[in-house]
Design a protein around this ligand. Structure first.
Ligand SMILES: Nc1nc2c(ncn2[C@@H]2O[C@H](COP(=O)(O)OP(=O)(O)OP(=O)(O)O)[C@@H](O)[C@H]2O)c(=O)[nH]1
Ligand SMILES: [Mg+2]
Length: 270
């Protein structure tokens, strides 16, 4: 019989470093939304990579958990085989310091990922930065990648897989995420809200998803907002904003579920 290998890997790093972008690459499906705005991911999201021999559970985390207590709570049960600690180019301040202080107290190997290398024009800055990092963290392996453009990313699987314990797979073969359909739809809409609406408005909208029991291919969405003014901004001039959000979300949801769907959006003032 062929052996099976299984591991659980936590993705950590400040907001906007590209954790969710990397998760989507690693599981080969867009299950976690991404945005140039801060605090995009709100909850832990499990994504599973599968093949006949290896199964890897990746856990994407919200980047705003940089308080030491929150990081510590996440790590205290120690069930992870690796941490992927992601850095945005050469950004380093108290947030990264907090992470590293915790890392020094736990016994989980750290795979360090310097992301967004496509944005580094002067690659000479990398060597001194790596030397600095080596003093800060006991690094199991270092990757310098672009998650968005899939540059220098292929070896990540090799390094992880060749270091996983022999273990039974935890999830069924086709399992890809713990997110329910309802949550996936909500998240896709939230991503488009973040894309097409500016400043703080995206953070002020509550989204409700209601599946139609009669029309199975129809999904009704309600945006709950507090002010008439917010409703006007969401709709936009000539309904442009709401049309963009609706059309793009409909396309993304159809792509995810691989079927034709109709999306209706209402905006209610609470
Ligand atoms: N240029 C470039 N942009 C990237 C790369 N990886 C991610 N991004 C962009 O960086 C932004 C943030 O990416 P996310 O994946 O949402 O970041 P995150 O770490 O999950 O952020 P939170 O969920 O807020 O913690 C998005 O606009 C991504 O498209 C990269 O390799 N290169
Ligand atoms: Mg994220």
């Amino acid at each position: 019989m062929i052996s099976s290998y299984y591991g659980s890997i936590l993705l950590l790093g400040r907001t906007n470093v590209g954790k969710s972008t990397l998760l989507n690459f690693l599981v080969k499906k867009k299950i976690s939304i991404t945005s140039h705005k801060k605090n995009t991911t709100n909850n832990n999201i499990i994504g599973v990579y599968n093949n006949d021999i290896y199964q890897i559970e990746f856990i994407d985390t919200p980047g705003n958990i940089f308080s030491k207590n929150k990081i510590f709570n996440l790590l205290k049960n120690n069930k992870y085989d690796f941490i992927l600690f992601i850095l945005d180019k050469n950004k380093w301040n108290y947030i990264e310091e907090n992470f590293t202080k915790i890392f020094s107290k736990i016994n989980i190997p750290i795979i360090l990922i310097i992301n967004k290398v496509d944005q580094i024009k002067n690659k000479n800055i990398l060597l001194p930065y790596i030397n600095f990092l080596k003093k800060k963290i006991n690094i199991f392996y270092l990757f310098i990648i672009s998650a968005k453009y899939k540059l220098y990313t292929n070896n990540i699987y090799d390094i992880i897989c060749s270091n996983l314990p022999k273990k039974k797979h935890l999830y069924p073969k086709n399992y890809i995420t713990d997110q329910t359909d309802q949550v996936i739809i909500k998240e896709i809409i939230r991503e488009n809200i973040m894309k097409f609406l500016h400043k703080e408005i995206p953070y002020l909208i509550k989204i409700k998803v209601i599946f139609s029991k009669i029309l199975l291919n129809e999904i009704n969405i309600i945006f709950l907002v507090k002010k008439i003014n917010h409703k006007k901004i969401i709709i936009g001039k000539n309904s442009n904003n709401i049309k963009l959000i609706k059309n793009r979300s409909e396309q993304n949801i159809e792509k995810f579920f691989k079927k034709k769907l109709k999306l209706n959006i209402w905006i209610k003032i609470q």
